[in-house]
Design a protein around this ligand. Structure first.
Ligand SMILES: [Zn+2]
Ligand SMILES: [Zn+2]
Length: 155
């Protein structure tokens, strides 16, 4: 899981790199979406609930997704302009924080002994335990991973 203090540090670094001092970062309390780009307040926010549950890579991608919204502008939506900007700054997924899309597009599929299914865009570099079985790392709930073929056209 990502530590909130580190998420804040990455967010500040990305804002400095890609945006300007008029933008800020905050955690929010959303439970059904990971990130938000608020154009009115010029604020990028990330759900503290989901941040605590996601892996570092995923949160980094959520931040890039939202920074791309800030760069592309409010009217770009998830259209070509946003996609181009997002790709330029290193966003890899289509919508990494969207469960359905992740389940379709992520090449790495893992499951714990209880059968909870997990998806990753990259092979996890270290052993991961199932966050649904245990909130702390517990070797009894290790996830085993396999790589699958993913429709290229969809990525
Ligand atoms: Zn978006
Ligand atoms: Zn599990």
């Amino acid at each position: 899981m990502a530590e909130l203090i580190r998420v804040r540090t990455w967010a500040a670094a990305l804002i400095t790199l890609h945006l300007d001092a008029s933008w800020s970062f905050a955690f929010d309390n959303a439970k059904t979406r990971a990130g938000l780009c608020n154009y009115t307040d010029k604020r990028i926010s990330v759900s503290k609930y989901l941040a605590a549950r996601y892996e570092d890579d995923e949160i980094h991608q959520v931040l890039l997704h939202e920074v791309a919204h800030a760069l592309a502008g409010t009217r770009a939506g998830h259209g070509p302009r946003w996609k181009k900007v997002a790709a330029e700054i290193g966003y890899e997924g289509k919508r990494l924080h969207d469960g359905e899309t992740a389940s379709e597009l992520a090449p790495w599929v893992g499951s714990c002994s209880a059968g909870h299914v997990h998806y990753r865009y990259r092979k996890p570099a270290r052993p991961l335990a199932c966050g649904k079985c245990s909130r702390r790392f517990d070797a009894a709930h290790l996830i085993s991973w396999r790589e699958r073929a993913v429709r290229r056209s969809a990525r």
